[in-house]
Design a protein around this ligand. Sequence first.
Ligand SMILES: NC(=O)c1ccc[n+]([C@@H]2O[C@H](COP(=O)([O-])OP(=O)(O)OC[C@H]3O[C@@H](n4cnc5c(N)ncnc54)[C@H](OP(=O)(O)O)[C@@H]3O)[C@@H](O)[C@H]2O)c1
Length: 299
Amino acid sequence: MVTKKKVLVIGKNGQLGSEIGHQAQSFLDLNFTFTSSAELDLTDSAQMVNYFSSNRYDVVINCAAYTNVEGAEASEEEARLVNAIGVKNLAELCFLNKIFLIHISTDYVFDGSTGYPINEDVTPNPLGVYGRTKLEGEQFIIVSGCDHLIFRISWLYSQFGDNFVKTIANLSASKKELKVVYDQVGTPTSSIDFSRFLLKIIEDGNYLKFQGIYHYANQGVCSWYDFAYQIVQILQHDCRVVPVLSDEYPSKVKRPNYVVLNKRKLCKHFRVEISHWNDSLRHFLTNHKGLICNNQISI
Ligand SMILES: NC(=O)c1ccc[n+]([C@@H]2O[C@H](COP(=O)([O-])OP(=O)(O)OC[C@H]3O[C@@H](n4cnc5c(N)ncnc54)[C@H](OP(=O)(O)O)[C@@H]3O)[C@@H](O)[C@H]2O)c1
């Protein structure tokens, strides 16, 4: 009898962790465990040691993070504890217990100054605390010596949690006009596409062939304005989307202006084709329109 690979997903209540939980039903050859912060706290090293000494896994997917970009500016230590120290705890335990670590990082490790799609060789230069602490987490993984894959993603959306797609879908249902910035450019990541990609490479064993950092997002490029415009178009909401410059919205956080991730390395190594962001968005909104229009999705 073939034993199923044991996969631990940390951060089960977040956007990505929830979507992985949803998609897991289609991956019958994998044996999943999902944990929340109450069940397994990355920052509680004694609990972590105890947990991994009594539970064996082949792969850990770490979806947990301190993700409040603005909040991180005021709570640097809290963000660092989860995104850097917590990840260090996890990576060291993965090394000791010979567990393959799949970790999720962010486009916010970059300053957005390249002006061209960013590959994995570009030197990170985070503009704020969130990006800085996420970068520290990446570095702790590499230093730990554990087998790992780090996927940097951007502009994640899903049916779970709060995100831009749900916010625009809900606001455009009731407002006649929305102002959205057009001087920040990147690419959305469909959590459905990304979750399936992750589970597929675990199921078929391809994750074992490669190590290191990879960039993942949907294909194509857009500004937040284009993204919002498309959401409103697909939902056929009667709302005008107006392009504005980000200096009209003063923020505590400096955000990267151009963070298009280059996915060439990932597509080549893992032999995957990634959908255009517009196709994935259309698919997502078509399948979840009922939920959004019935206001069952909170923002
Ligand atoms: N959202 C984006 O646009 C975006 C873009 C680029 C990269 N990313 C990265 O993608 C990953 C997933 O993001 P997401 O949007 O799914 O995040 P999310 O919705 O904010 O969820 C993060 C989860 O982390 C868990 N968590 C926080 N502190 C923890 C701790 N000390 N121990 C264990 N778990 C803890 C929380 O668990 P509980 O709810 O149980 O407390 C929460 O559910 C993150 O690494 C993020 O940095 C996200």
